[in-house]
Design a protein around this ligand. Structure first.
Ligand SMILES: [Mg+2]
Length: 247
């Protein structure tokens, strides 16, 4: 008797619970959580930091002072400056950011696609420096390891942002990345920068390989190798990539 009534009560309670707590209506499946991609600090610094902007302006003011001092008394057209392009005159942080957000490294294919977009922007201070060199009578050679096949799109970026230059010397497709032969060609008057020999007064770059006869080992081996920095050589910060990275 007791057993039977317990079963009845339990059945009643069970039915009550079901009616009081109906199954939730089906809903759309929740969106898959997007993995939070951490943007590397090096990219954030270049994109966001006041210190980065201050550093590039500082570098270009130093380059301007160096040129003004070295060019004094020189005939217009008898001297030149040489600059790298990427992360020196134009900024590609958007490319770096997009690759990081995709969790992908640099690739020559994605880089070529970025170059075709022509979306690089001027580095703070660069345009004013180039204009000042022009006003002082200097020639301007941009020596870049962007490929020759990427040169027209690169020239378009320089044109769009009025980044003055006389020669844009890209790397021949399949050719060497060593910039020294192109530096020598500029000095010898064998480029569109000048038809006659010129003295190169200042080099500007973000990579040790943007400076004559320097490399990571040679620049680190003896402090004397770094002596021209601050006068004839001016370096801009680039914590995102460079020849300092292990290969
Ligand atoms: Mg560079």
């Amino acid at each position: 008797m007791m057993f039977r009534s317990t079963v009845v009560v339990l059945l009643f309670v069970s039915a009550a619970c079901r009616s009081a707590a109906p199954l939730p209506a089906p809903t759309a499946a929740p969106a898959a959580p997007t993995a939070a991609v951490a943007i590397p600090d090096a990219i954030r610094w270049v994109r966001d930091a006041a210190e980065y902007r201050a550093a590039t302006l500082q570098a270009y003011r130093l380059a301007t002072s160096s040129v003004e001092a070295a060019a004094a008394g020189r005939a217009p057209g008898s001297w030149a400056v040489v600059l790298d392009a990427d992360e020196t005159v134009i900024n590609n942080v958007t490319y770096q950011l997009e690759r990081a957000q995709q969790g992908l490294p640099y690739s020559s294919e994605s880089w070529a696609a970025w170059v075709r977009r022509r979306e690089a922007t001027p580095i703070p201070g660069a345009a004013a420096f180039l204009a000042r060199v022009r006003a002082l009578g200097g020639r301007i050679a941009i020596v870049t390891n962007r490929l020759q096949s990427e040169c027209a799109d690169t020239a378009a970026v320089f044109e769009r942002h009025q980044l003055a230059h006389d020669a844009l010397l890209c790397r021949p497709d399949g050719g060497p990345s060593d910039k020294n032969p192109r530096f020598e060609a500029v000095a010898a008057g064998k480029t569109p920068a000048s038809a006659t020999p010129v003295e190169i007064l200042v080099f500007v770059g973000d990579n040790i390989l943007d400076f004559p006869r320097l490399s990571q080992p040679s620049a680190l081996a003896a402090e004397a190798a770094l002596a021209p920095f601050g006068t004839r050589y001016v370096v801009l910060p680039n914590p995102m990539y460079g020849s300092w990275q292990p290969r």
